[in-house]
Design a protein around this ligand. Structure first.
Ligand code: 5AD
Ligand code: SF4
Length: 465
């Protein structure tokens, strides 16, 4: 999962909401669905908090100081709200997402400026929560919801889907039952829940009908998705992908994030059999030492992972692999860390995310013996990141001179450019003459920078200028 902060689109209207999203793609999807729910209440999205009648922070709790960052953001918003009040306006402050879930009522106690706190499983109750908050109540809605939130969230409207672009997210699964000992997700997102096939297919059709060309299926443990298929049999993600691949107009499918234990034969075979399934797989391993993997409760060994990668590559030889790594888990020795480096060399990643271990409240890892010195963690992370960067550069470089298909997504930074994504997920900067947004263009890669590919005609133009 990638990290970052993203903000919502702007619009004009009477009541404005500014949604700020932290963390993973699942939060991006949730923010969109919350904005949809608020749109029904007459809210339009704005891209700055200054003129917003409501600010909604969709927070992430995965790594260090997450809650602290949210509290400082609330402090800034409170000042903004005070200024607005002097001018006769007001501003409601809501906190959603995993920090909201973890902090619950504590959040109102620590930051009384907050009007409501809502956890990730209860977003369908947002309009009701906002109404109660408007009535002066400090609302905390963090009980895990029994009813299906997706069933109750409003459908996405074509107009709003179009504004969001030709590549869309679709959450098919939420929560996690794996309980890796470093991770807060099982506590903030709750138990694993899969959305039913019919609901997913209907949402996918709706997205494609509105012009979406690529769908990324999302779940904290997406490949643990399961459901009753149209044929009455029990389906896994492989079968679901086959079903979605049949939707006319849908050009590309992806899914993230997967657990190695849940990569079953049908899913691996889908990578061989489905042209629309892009050759990219985010398959976190976290560490390369069996001792550490065991302490992390990952339920697989380093060699299990190596064998799995071999099977996936046998099905789809050009697949780009991506991973997540944690260095400095409690008890990790120099030798353990060398095992991680060895695994990375054996596997070869096209892209990866790597982090220093940070103890998360209430997770078993936080209470384990043998916490690693920060300095040592930093040194290990620097070495790992240098190796991963070298592998990423190698992957990008081998695409130079090759033809790749690009889904054109948006205008580039400079006039005359369009930016899209390769099948392997890198941004590709193209000349606007190659097609229009939503097209899949075939371009030859002329050059690679650290994070993007530049297609050839642009190269020539640059040289000519
Ligand atoms: N410390 C460091 N990294 C973590 N991640 C999850 N929890 C922690 C933690 N406590 C990383 C894992 C996971 C990614 C989303 O974030 O690598 O796959
Ligand atoms: Fe967290 Fe492990 Fe579940 Fe991933 S599989 S969400 S790392 S507990």
């Amino acid at each position: 999962m990638s990290d970052g902060e993203t903000t919502s689109n702007s619009g004009d209207g009477q009541r404005k909401v500014f949604v700020k999203t932290y963390g993973c793609q699942m939060n991006v999807y949730d923010s969109q669905r919350m904005a949809d729910a608020l749109a029904r209440d007459g809210f339009v999205e704005t891209d700055a908090p200054d003129n917003a009648d409501m600010v909604l922070l969709n927070t992430c709790h995965i790594r260090e100081k997450a809650a602290e960052k949210v509290y400082s953001e609330i402090g800034r918003l409170r000042q903004l709200r005070d200024r607005r009040r002097k001018g006769g306006a007001d501003m409601m402050i809501g906190v959603a997402g995993c920090v909201a879930q973890a902090e619950g009522r504590e959040m109102i106690a620590r930051a009384p400026a907050v009007d409501f706190v809502i956890g990730p499983t209860t977003y369908h109750r947002l309009p009701d929560v906002v109404a109660r908050a408007r009535g002066g109540e400090k609302v905390v809605e963090t009980e895990f919801a029994v009813e299906d939130k997706f069933e109750h969230l409003p459908r996405q409207q074509a107009r709003r889907v179009q504004r969001r672009g030709v590549a869309a997210f679709l959450t098919v699964q939420e929560g996690c039952d794996k309980f890796c000992t470093f991770c807060v997700v099982p506590y903030t997102r709750g138990a694993e829940v899969s959305r039913p096939v019919a609901q997913i297919v209907e949402e996918a059709r709706r997205l494609v009908g509105a012009g979406v060309r690529e769908i990324t299926l999302l779940g904290q443990n997406v490949n643990a998705w399961h459901g009753e298929g149209a044929d009455g049999r029990s389906w896994g993600l492989g079968e679901l992908l086959h079903e979605l691949a049949g939707i006319e107009g849908l050009a590309r499918l992806r899914y993230t994030t997967s657990h190695p234990r849940d990569m079953d034969d049908a899913l691996i075979a889908a990578h061989r059999d489905l042209d629309v399934l892009m050759p990219y797989l985010h398959l976190p391993v976290q560490a390369g030492s069996d001792r550490v993997l065991k302490a992390m409760n990952r339920r697989h060994t380093a060699d299990d992972y190596r064998r799995l990668v071999d099977r996936i590559r046998a099905a789809r030889p050009d697949i780009a692999l991506s991973g997540d790594f944690i260095v400095g888990f409690p008890g990790e020795t120099d030798d353990d860390f060398e095992d991680t480096m060895r695994l990375v060399r054996d596997v070869t990643y096209a892209q990866a995310f790597s982090f220093k271990y940070s103890p998360r409240p209430a997770t078993p890892g936080a209470d384990m013996a043998g916490h690693v010195d920060e300095q040592v963690k930093s040194e290990r992370l620097a070495r790992l990141q240098a190796l991963l960067a070298e592998q990423q550069a190698g992957f990008m470089q081998q695409l130079v001179g090759k033809e790749v298909s690009v889904l054109l997504e948006k205008p580039g930074r400079e006039p005359g450019q369009l930016v899209g994504r390769s099948p392997f997920l890198q941004p590709v900067i193209c000349d606007e003459t190659v097609g229009k947004i939503g097209d899949i263009a075939t371009v030859r890669i002329g050059r690679a920078s650290a994070n993007s590919l530049i297609s050839e005609p642009m190269q020539r133009r640059r040289h000519a200028a």
